[in-house]
Write a protein that binds this ligand. Structure first.
Ligand code: XMP
Length: 519
């Protein structure tokens, strides 16, 4: 299994000590055009310096530097003349390593603070007082020899410090969170003015470098890619199409569990617009057959995952000799499955991404988006000419409508759900609530019936729940405060237009304790 290494040179390497904010550090830099990559602190020096970073940032951590097995500063960093910025735990680690004193504060300091700065390159062009965000228990109480304070708050005389040469900096607060008002500028000052990084990580550069890396990896071989209609596999396909043209074959399996109009739009965009070689297979009957009588959510996911792989394999076999399998893996997936110390997330649901297949299919992997965050994937998709309807698509679970059709998944019930779901999306789009106001919105068909009255007659029909959430990262979510008149229109249209549904309810639960999906 091979994937190209990072290609962009001269950015920032971030060592992840397990802070919940590590990804934000990388994103804040990349948003400003500065390439950054995240590594676990135990990664070998050759790996961390493979793309010749000009500076290193040490993240925060749930650990304390005095714990028995506290993660340390890698020895190679002390030998290299590379600028370092320590954040929170990263600060304590620097202070501790260079002979300063760190102690546990009597209580955690959490929340906003006012930082009084001393003019220096880190705070270049910033006001004297900065609103910063603190979240820590330990703090530096004695500076290493020669170091100086460059920022203080009411609680912390050493809230920002630097070494005598002005090559190593450390801050107790979190510049990566938006609550630190000039945080992005502080990170940019470090990267641009202290490390000498160029802000050259732009969509055009990403595309150029991706194309070169893909051509180098693939050569004259054949590649296949499972297209799900989601933004990641779509952008991966568009990049590959541009890189290797007809050496790419996209396989699109219609599971029968997609949303209204999706199969047609995928085929139209990729075959019609982008001119990609596309094999579209309608496997819906096989999926419904395999799901007959199954109501358990995890069992549904397993069945769909397995069916999908079978359908994909049988299509791939027909194509003859294919060396590479392309996947739409993106950077957060990479970080979470081998990245920092805080990566041992517990499995809540078996997430099966229908675009993603196991690597034991005897193919080598190509992962064109392996180093990109979602927002970068979208920007590149737009730059490659993908339509907004694909680039800005809300996320859709791999197992599709099966996990929104509670109870048994039959063709008839999925059709009902598909129709109700289309109404939810149409009405939200009409009210301009699909981008921004709602991060994800959909219909769920409940495994229950309720009594109603239509005309003069009693009905006993199914119930549709509408779910609409706002979220940044899909880990936590608020239910969307949709205007009543929009909810009213959705409800009216569903009970009037969808056969077999006589009641609509709105889900007003946050995540946690609920999840976004119902199964
Ligand atoms: P939950 O329901 O866990 O969902 O709050 C969080 C986000 O993940 C999506 N989701 C999935 N995506 N395969 C996927 O590719 C899956 O099996 C799956 N399950 C949930 C969900 O739609 C939401 O955006």
């Amino acid at each position: 299994m091979t994937s190209p290494r990072a290609f962009h040179k001269g950015g920032i390497a971030i060592l992840d000590y397990g802070s919940q904010y590590t990804q934000l550090i990388a994103r804040r830099l990349r948003e400003q055009g500065i390439y950054s990559e995240i590594f676990p602190p135990e990664a070998p020096e050759t790996q961390v310096f493979a793309s010749a970073p000009r500076g290193v940032i040490l993240s925060g951590s749930p650990h304390s530097v005095y714990e028995p097995n506290a993660p340390q500063l890698p020895a190679y960093l002390l030998k290299r003349d590379v600028p370092i910025l320590g954040i929170c735990y990263g600060m304590q680690l620097l202070a501790h390593t260079f002979g300063g004193g760190v102690s546990g504060a009597a209580r955690r300091e959490y929340g906003a603070a006012q930082l009084q700065i001393v003019p220096c390159p880190l705070f270049r062009d910033l006001p004297d007082q900065l609103a910063v965000w603190m979240s820590h228990a330990d703090h530096v109480e004695r500076l290493p020899a020669g170091w100086r304070a460059i920022g203080s708050t009411a609680n912390a005389p050493y809230a920002a410090i630097s070494d005598p040469e002005g090559r190593r900096y450390a801050v107790q607060f979190h510049p990566e969170v938006t609550h630190t008002i000039h945080g992005a500028a502080i990170l940019r000052n470090f990267a641009v003015h202290i490390c000498g990084c160029a802000p050259d990580w732009t969509p055009a550069a990403i595309i150029d470098e991706s194309l070169a890396a893909l051509r180098a990896q693939i050569g004259a071989e054949q590649v296949i890619l499972g297209l799900s209609g989601g933004v990641d596999s779509a952008v991966a396909a568009a990049l590959l199409q541009r890189a290797v043209g007809d050496q790419l074959t996209c396989i699109f399996i219609n599971t029968g569990l997609l949303r209204k109009g999706e199969p047609e739009s995928v085929v139209q965009t990729f075959q019609g617009q982008l001119g990609a070689r596309l094999v579209a297979v309608d496997a819906s009957e096989a999926f419904f057959e395999a799901l007959a009588g199954v109501t358990d959510p995890e069992q549904k996911r397993s069945i769909i995952g397995e069916r999908f792989i079978r359908a994909f394999e049988s299509e791939a076999r027909k194509l003859g000799k294919v060396k590479f399998l392309a996947q739409g893996t993106i950077y957060p997936d990479v970080i979470e499955s081998g990245g920092g110390l805080g990566s041992a997330a517990r499995t809540i649901k078996k997430h099966h991404n229908v675009g993603g297949l196991p690597a034991d299919l005897a193919f080598e992997l190509v992962e064109p988006l392996r180093y990109l965050f979602k927002d970068e994937v979208r920007r590149i998709g737009a730059a490659l000419g993908l339509p907004d309807s694909i680039v800005w698509r809300q996320p859709f679970p791999g197992p599709g409508l099966a996990v929104r059709c509670l109870g048994e998944v039959t063709f008839e019930r999925v059709e009902r759900l598909r129709a109700a779901d289309a109404i939810v999306l149409e009405e939200l789009a009409r009210a301009d609530l699909l981008r921004g106001e709602t991060s994800q919105a959909f219909a769920v068909l409940l495994p229950t019936r309720s009594v109603g009255v239509m005309g003069d007659g009693r009905t006993y029909q199914e119930v549709v729940a509408v779910r609409a959430v706002r979220t940044e990262d899909f880990m936590t979510a608020h239910w969307a405060r949709l205007p009543y008149d929009v909810l009213a229109r959705i409800s009216e249209r569903i009970v009037n237009e969808v056969q077999g549904v006589n009641r609509v309810v709105y889900d007003i639960t946050t995540k946690p304790p609920a999840t976004i999906e119902w199964e």
